[in-house]
Design a protein around this ligand. Sequence first.
Ligand SMILES: [Zn+2]
Length: 490
Amino acid sequence: MRIALAGISHETNTYCRGLTTTADFYVLRGERLLATTGQESDIGGAVSACLAHGADPIPILYASAQPSATIEQATYAAFRREIVEGLARAGPLDGVVLCLHGAGVVEGIEDLEADLAQAVRTAVGPDVPIAASFDLHGNVSQAMADALDGVFACHHYPHIDLHEVAAEAVACVVGAGGKRTARTIHVEQIPMLMPTTTTFEGPGKRWLEHVLAAESLPGVLDVSWFHGFPYTDVAHPGTSIVVTTQADGPLAHRVARELGRALWAERESFRPTSLDADAAVVAAQAAAAPAGAVLPVVINETSDNCGGGAPGDGTHLLRAMLAARLEGACFGFLVDRESAAAAHAAGVGATIDLALGGRYDELHGAPLPVRAYVKALHDGRITLQAMFRGAPLNLGPLARLVVDGMDVIVASRRSQTFDPEPFLAVGIDVRRYRYVALKSSNHFRAGFRDIAGTIVTADPPGLTTHHIEVFPRTRARVPLWPIDPAARYE
Ligand SMILES: [Zn+2]
């Protein structure tokens, strides 16, 4: 069997300044795309699954970028054209597997995935099965689902199962045997802006179990719970339940509605608490204080998460930690290319004066004037070990600075912290520290769940704050919980 693999994966935060352009994308073609086999990423999982089924993976194009601003029209048009032309050139196909995010927004195209799915459907015709894998933060539509034969969102946040759902998409088209089979995919949109919610504990974990139980109902092929991505101004920036059945429309509709109603009834359990930076530091000190407290305490700055479009150079939490003179603390990391370059120019052993971070805007905090000792330097090329295990990540030149006794890492390229690898790169064993600070909302939990004694979430002002009411909405079709008391789910 010949299975074409393609995708454009981007989580678009329309509140970010500027546009996301070709230079921001990490693009895989040909042998480089196939070389992702074994990586625990969506595309890596798709390649591996094709090989496991004895199918030929036909690499078309896979383009992904860090979450960021709206995608430039010309950038998207060029990728879409390459995919459509690549499919036409690929010859006879038994199926297409797309690796998508679900929350892509292009200048003039609010629903990237619907546009791309329809373009791929037109390219391969009505008889070739097409299935797609998604990030659970997708804001998905019925228009998109109608062009597809399978919709498979990852179940976990952190997304430790992207490779597994890509494998489900491959199994879906392989199982179809090269011909479309009758399917119903129902997308139930719920007027709910889900705050970033982990599935490792609390209401997210309970709800995931509920959703997975529905997958075992007779006649139900798949249930995907899309949390949705709230940091975007589109028609439906919210939660969806997507149910796939063997062409049983009433069943798909009923199961999705029942899950939707139950989720709506429990919506208040998802309302997050929010601590500003100083309050988070106080909470971390309280957690570390008792004799026998399990250390380190991990403080995650959720509001400056590059993984949701924030700049990663915010200084609110770092300022609060330095002001509190925390002992045994490390911070990994701030995205600050200029400071990393200055440290690399000065060399290990030098002491330099820097204005740390705060370059993107005032929302995320002002630059911090510091005197820093350059302790260690690294090229920033690491291999992820928890979520996306085996995938490369290039953070650009890294520097470990010592500021008032605290270890502070600066990186040159935007990313959140997924696991302890950026710390290890510059010689830091986080297990020896009392306080470990990082910028991430939930993905870090995959890499720190066996390490952290306590996790304290800091939510100072930022583009990925839990205070989602601060973002203006001009496009939403209906009132949305929790920002509008008029929100109703009928
Ligand atoms: Zn996500």
